[in-house]
Design a protein around this ligand. Structure first.
Ligand code: UD1
Length: 429
């Protein structure tokens, strides 16, 4: 298993190209199941999760061709995927695959909408709390699917197709909103989705669905209206930049001091996170090329932050913010309201010398003068990268074990950081 070795203490200076968003790429790839025409996706990040989803979709009969390199392209330019779900040969998504990536459960929506049947394994346990799928099932049920739970599988049937309906989510759910939009696109009649998630990735998926012939309005607000159509077509769509990757590198430079240009980043996708960084004393400037983030290293001001659905502070940046606050000039409080048990990074940060006290969903972080390098263990995607951020500022050497978690969601992290002056390398094996 690969590890990452970091020797802390170097400032970050330079440019980091921001990749396409993982959390848009996955539902966009899944949306290809809705049509027998070709969907071309540009700016797709090179991530382990994308490769895994490619295998999962392949199992349903989807052909994915990765476009070749073009003149002038750099290693950081996103990939182009040509996706064809002309022939769906299997409507079952087995446990072995779904359990490795929760979002693959979402295939249930396009499969039942287009094929009238889907049999998808329940995702099972997950490192960050129970993460149920009850609301996704509720949405399909409201669109007329018959649902049965059979030996760990959710079986959804709609022999005569889905019909539009009203879906009111009791809790904001990104996966629920994606699946509801996809299913409703091929349903007979109109659907209203209330208390919908407003994340930028929802808007990106809605834009793409509209390009292939769907009729969706209101994406980005809490009320989405979908007019079902009998058939969808092909189109070409460019994945939006990854706001979580953007926020992660912004926190990294806030931690080390220095100045980074986050190329292609769009500040409006993570205003809440940038507001918190500004409050912490970091300079954030939007430019034509992206976002410039600078920190003079004079010290970070502590903050009080609660995670919440978009446009609030994202749960996917909570661990990274906590890493940053370990060296703040005072005491910070971070409350996690989206996922229970999303504090696995705390014990590892403590190994580096952080002072963090947990009480239920609230973490109290007392800033310390110095962190000290140590071997640490990556536990999930966002937790792992928080350890990298802490290690960049820790004295001496830190080895982060189990970096396959990082590879799921961060493209060439060590190359991007090393190019800006970090002492970071991957140790294979
Ligand atoms: C997506 C993101 C993930 C992010 C999360 C919240 C992708 C691939 N993943 O995950 O990175 O951290 O949004 O922004 O886009 N819930 C239920 N029942 C359900 C579904 C969800 O109770 O059927 C609960 C969850 O346990 C959680 C909350 O709703 O407490 C929000 O989860 P949700 O927005 O659905 O997260 P994901 O879509 O899984």
């Amino acid at each position: 298993m690969d590890r990452i070795r970091i020797t802390g203490g170097q400032r970050l200076n330079g440019s980091i190209p921001i990749s396409g968003a993982k959390n848009a790429t996955l539902p966009l790839m899944i949306a290809s199941l809705l049509t027998d025409q070709i969907l071309i996706l540009d700016n797709v990040p090179r991530l382990a999760d994308v490769g895994l989803l490619q295998r999962i979709l392949g199992n349903h009969g989807v052909d994915i061709m990765v476009g070749g390199k073009r003149t002038g392209e750099t290693q950081y330019d996103g990939q182009t995927l040509h996706i064809s779900a002309a022939n769906i040969v299997d409507t079952t998504a087995p446990y072995e695959l779904v359990s490795r990536m929760r979002a693959s459960f979402w295939v249930i929506a396009p499969l039942v909408a287009r094929m009238g049947e889907a049999r998808v394994s329940m995702p099972g346990g997950c490192a960050i709390g129970t993460r149920p799928v009850d609301l996704l099932i509720m949405a399909l049920d409201n669109l007329g699917a018959e649902i049965e739970i059979d030996r760990g599988y959710v079986v959804a049937r709609a022999r005569n197709g889905l019909r539009g309906g009203n879906i009111r989510f009791p809790k904001v759910t990104v996966g629920g909103t994606h699946t509801a939009m996809m299913a409703a696109s091929l349903a007979r009649g109109g659907t209203v989705i209330e208390n919908a998630a407003r994340e930028p990735e929802i808007v990106d998926v809605a834009d793409c669905l509209n390009k292939i012939g769907a009729s969706i309005s209101g994406a980005g607000t809490a009320r989405i209206v979908v007019e079902g159509v009998p058939k969808l077509n092909g189109a070409r769509h460019r994945v939006l930049p990854d706001r979580i990757e953007t926020g992660t590198y912004a926190m990294a430079v806030a931690m080390t001091g220095g100045e980074l240009l986050l190329e292609n980043a769009r500040p409006e996708l993570l205003q809440a996170a940038f507001d918190v960084l500004v409050q912490a004393g970091v300079e954030v400037t939007a430019t034509n090329a992206g976002v410039r983030v600078a920190c003079n290293g004079a010290g970070i001001t502590p903050v009080e932050v609660s995670t919440s659905p978009f446009p609030g502070f994202p749960t996917d940046l909570q661990a990274q913010l906590m890493a940053l606050m370990t060296r703040a000039k005072g005491t910070s409080h971070i409350t996690e309201t989206i996922f229970e048990n999303r504090f696995m990074h705390v014990q590892e940060l403590v190994r580096l010398g952080a002072r963090i006290h947990l009480a239920g969903e609230c973490a109290t972080i007392e800033g310390v003068e110095t962190l000290k390098g140590a071997p640490v263990m990556a536990t999930d995607l966002r937790a792992s990268v928080s350890l990298v951020i802490a290690a960049l500022a820790a004295e001496g050497e830190t080895v982060v074990n189990r970096v396959y978690h990082l590879d799921r969601g961060f493209e060439r992290l060590e190359d991007k950081l090393a190019a800006c002056g970090a002492a970071i390398e991957r140790l294979s094996g």
